[in-house]
Write a protein that binds this ligand. Structure first.
Ligand SMILES: COc1cc(COC(=O)c2cn[nH]c2)cc(-c2cccnc2)c1
Length: 234
């Protein structure tokens, strides 16, 4: 899997060389390239933004640098197997299913917007050539798409076979299919008693059936309290 990041702050993505994703890069499972969008500017000030047509506060990212970056990175031939991801507050919610689908992609290009956003014709042009996903990390506004791109990257790449040491752990996570889309149950480890708090007895019983039942009940109760929207049968 090749991941490209178009951004005016490419150093944001140096962190991808650390830990799990770093190992995935070292193992050649993932190939990461961060690009400074100003590479594709030609004026003395390396300008990437301009005032919004129609007025309004703030600045908008000019289309030209993005178009020239696409030309260099992707060429002009349409290829639906290339996924262009634009993190934006106006996107569809990024969910585990999106991470799962994108984990099968051979190529993902993250377009990290700043200011008030990117000239919409960039999205129109990209949509004619590649598979474009305008995705929101959550209902809040960030100064740029870089932090969202990092979070989405981790959610996607950890699902790629060979990246995680223990793939079984994926099946028991919140939102995973095996977890029936419920929140993950509370977890514990040693010591059995800590500052007056004990590990629930059932987890020390060695009775796998009771433990599984307790975990299912905990997941349902937690989901009912915190995320009733995830419960389908109520
Ligand atoms: C591509 O267009 C963008 C992108 C971003 C950065 O992403 C997020 O904030 C985000 C992504 N998931 N959830 C939030 C921010 C703006 C923006 C800023 C200020 C006012 N209005 C819009 C625009």
């Amino acid at each position: 899997m090749r991941l490209d990041y178009l951004t005016i702050f490419p150093e944001f993505f140096d962190v991808l060389g650390i830990s799990l994703l770093g190992k995935a890069v070292d193992n050649g499972i993932v190939d990461i390239h961060a690009h400074d969008l100003r590479t594709w500017t030609h004026d003395r000030h390396r300008t990437v933004d301009d005032t919004p047509c129609g007025g309004g506060a703030g600045m908008v990212m000019k289309p030209d640098p993005w178009g020239e970056a696409f030309d260099d990175l992707l060429g002009a031939d349409p290829d639906p197997s290339v996924h262009v991801v634009i993190p934006t507050p106006s996107g569809t919610p990024f969910r585990q299913d999106d991470a799962a689908q994108l984990s099968h992609a051979d190529r993902i290009v993250f377009c990290c917007g700043r200011y008030e956003g990117i000239d919409h014709r960039v999205i129109d042009y990209a949509s004619e050539h590649w598979s474009v996903h305008e995705l929101s990390l959550g209902d809040y506004v960030l100064n740029g798409g870089e932090v969202a791109a990092l979070a989405m990257t981790e959610a996607i790449v950890r699902l790629v076979p060979g990246v995680l040491g223990n793939p079984e752990s994926l099946s028991e996570e919140s939102y995973s299919q095996d977890q029936e889309g419920l929140l993950e149950y509370p977890v514990y480890t040693r010591p059995a008693s800590w500052r007056g708090w004990d590990v629930p007895e059932v987890l020390m019983s060695g009775h796998h059936g009771h433990i599984a039942q307790w975990r299912r009940e905990q997941s349902r109760e937690l989901t009912r309290r915190r995320r009733p929207d995830l419960l389908t049968d109520e």
